[in-house]
Design a protein around this ligand. Structure first.
Ligand SMILES: [Zn+2]
Length: 280
């Protein structure tokens, strides 16, 4: 059984082919935010012209997805995706069954099955252009809530008087801690900023406020953090764990097990494989 996995993000999109449980092909290209949806779909179709023998497809999309309807709700970073039936589009293009979820849910599945998981419930956070979250329940399934909008940790308010987020609210976790805003606010990339201990000290306070809310509400066995910013490694994780230790409610016995994703740039691709395996 050959599975195509597609990861569509705010800075790049990646396609991978799995033959059984082995990744045998992978191609990644930069997202052009100005060109929008049609351009990206054209690029994806161009790559797939040379990829044969695909049996099914799993997609992780970098933005909110109506899972029941299998439609992209929107992308706040790339234009033209409003209410787009991406699953149906790929199904028509390739003639194979296709399933899609937002990239944080798919990344959560990938890490739980093939990466830094091994324990459940597991909460996965993607720290990237934006910030998303995905919860894997004790039976290994994704918790999507009543209307497939669960896990959106990026829009928890951490600074009520803070600057305005793309969603219109103030001081969202995503507004304070995502890669897009770090570059806009400071004019430097995340990797440069993490070399500055004074910056990191302020940064982890906001990030820990968001993670503390997840821990108090969900008591996950582990929090796995993926996305480009998690590549900062110990420069981020050591001060983050210390700050979480300071913030956690004293009487709570909830574990604070926060680790970096093991699949690096491929959490969503491996999750696309796991999601496609749910197609009956
Ligand atoms: Zn927001």
């Amino acid at each position: 059984m050959n599975t195509l996995a597609i990861d569509i993000g705010g800075t790049k999109f990646t396609l991978a082919l799995f033959e059984g449980g082995r990744m045998t092909r992978r191609e990644s290209q930069a997202t052009d935010r100005q060109q929008g949806r049609e351009w990206m779909l054209g690029r994806i179709a161009g790559i797939l012209r040379n990829w044969k023998d695909i049996d099914r497809c799993g997609i992780g999309f970098g933005g909110p997805v109506d899972f029941q309807g299998q439609r992209v709700a929107l992308s706040t970073h790339v234009g033209g995706w409003q209410d787009f039936p991406l699953s149906q589009y790929v199904q028509d293009l390739l003639g194979v069954p296709t399933i899609m979820d937002n990239d944080a849910n798919v990344g959560a599945l990938g890490e739980a099955r093939h990466g830094a998981g091994g324990v459940v419930p597991l909460f996965y956070v993607t720290l990237s252009t934006g910030i998303g979250g995905g919860l894997i329940l004790s039976d290994g399934s994704v918790y999507r809530g009543a209307d497939s909008w669960a896990g959106e940790i990026g829009h928890l308010t951490v600074q009520p008087e803070g600057p305005e987020c793309l969603c219109g609210a103030r001081g969202c976790l995503e507004r304070m801690c995502s890669g897009l805003w770090m570059e806009r606010d400071y004019g430097r990339s995340a990797s440069e900023l993490f070399e500055d201990p004074a910056f990191v000290e302020r940064y982890v306070v906001n990030l820990a406020l968001g993670l503390k809310a997840a821990i108090m509400l969900l008591n996950p066995a582990r929090i796995v953090i993926g996305g480009g910013i998690a590549k900062a490694g110990d420069a981020l994780f050591v001060p983050l764990r210390a700050e979480l230790g300071r913030q956690m409610t004293a009487w709570s016995g909830a574990r604070v097990d926060v680790v970096t994703a093991q699949l690096g740039d491929d959490s969503v691709l491996w999750g696309g494989l796991a999601l496609a395996e749910t197609i009956s």
